[in-house]
Design a binder for this molecule. Structure first.
Ligand code: DGL
Length: 269
């Protein structure tokens, strides 16, 4: 019995970690497409094909539900995969909606018309592909009016994290926050719209200042997954749990162990 969690690389571990804490009795099968990371500099067609291949692999391994713990894949592939139709008994869900519901103070599944909300100036930090898709702004517009979103494409951050170069990642985060502040000097909230960025959450918060509320997806996605599984218990599937990568299992295991501060062992996908 395992729920599939997919990311281009290690970022989805921030979602997996939160989901395991919230749902200790649920097993997870994590898939990192490390050989093709980062996705954020690829075009939408490429991201769609890679995501589709990985999700079908997780379904074939017995997962009924796959969470795209990757904003870039959610932005470029989720809607298209859902529109083309998924096999009977299978589902794929993304990570945008729980975040936007939290930002707009909506209950899970509240589909009422868009309304004015407390927060008005929002900084979005995401990969170049997520920013250019405008998927975040589209989902937000379904739920809220009058929110000014300034997006900053954070080139290089995912590569630095995947390479384990946290000094470079930190320097890049600071320079992307500076660039954002030149466009929007006083954001009220900041969205970490890439699942790799919670690994740099302290740097984002320091660079933004204590007055900015920083939203990460881990806990929000874990909470909405818990709610979903209470309503769809059969979606846990019958696959085995574990960690798979299309990259080098030894290298990916070392980095993952360093990030989660517990032994993580990846096998070849
Ligand atoms: N963690 C992915 C996301 O949430 C990273 C994308 C990448 O591979 O560039 O967008």
């Amino acid at each position: 019995m395992a729920v599939g969690i997919f990311d281009s690389g290690l970022g989805g571990l921030t979602v997996l970690n939160a989901a395991q804490k919230r749902l200790p009795d649920v097993d997870f099968l994590y898939f990192a497409d490390s050989a093709h990371a980062p996705y954020g500099v690829r075009n939408a067609e490429d991201i769609y094909q890679l995501t589709r291949t990985a999700v079908h692999d997780l379904w074939a391994r017995g997962c009924n539900l796959v969470i795209l713990a990757c904003n870039t894949a959610s932005a470029a592939a989720l809607r298209r995969m859902q529109e083309e139709g998924v096999p009977e008994g299978k589902r794929v869900l993304g990570v945008f909606v729980p975040l936007i519901e939290a930002l707009t103070e909506r209950q899970w599944g509240d589909n009422s018309p868009p309304r004015e909300v407390e927060v008005q100036h929002v900084a979005l930090f995401a990969t170049p592909a997520t920013v250019s898709s405008r998927a975040f702004q589209r989902e937000l517009a379904f739920r809220a009016i009058g929110v000014d979103v300034e997006a900053q494409a954070c080139g290089g951050v995912v590569d630095a994290i995947e390479d384990g170069d946290m000094i470079l990642a930190e320097a890049l985060v600071r320079s992307h926050v500076d660039a954002l502040k030149r466009k929007m000097p006083a954001p009220q909230a900041a969205i970490l719209g890439c699942t790799h960025y919670p690994l740099m959450a302290d740097t984002f918060q320091q660079a933004l200042g204590p007055q900015v509320t920083v939203y990460s997806q881990g806990d929000l996605v874990a909470e909405s997954l818990a709610d979903y599984l209470t309503r769809h218990a059969n979606m846990q599937g019958d696959g085995e749990s574990g960690f798979l990568t299309t990259g080098k299992p030894g290298v990916v295991s070392d980095r993952a162990t360093q990030f989660l501060r517990r032994q993580i062992t990846f096998a070849a996908a």
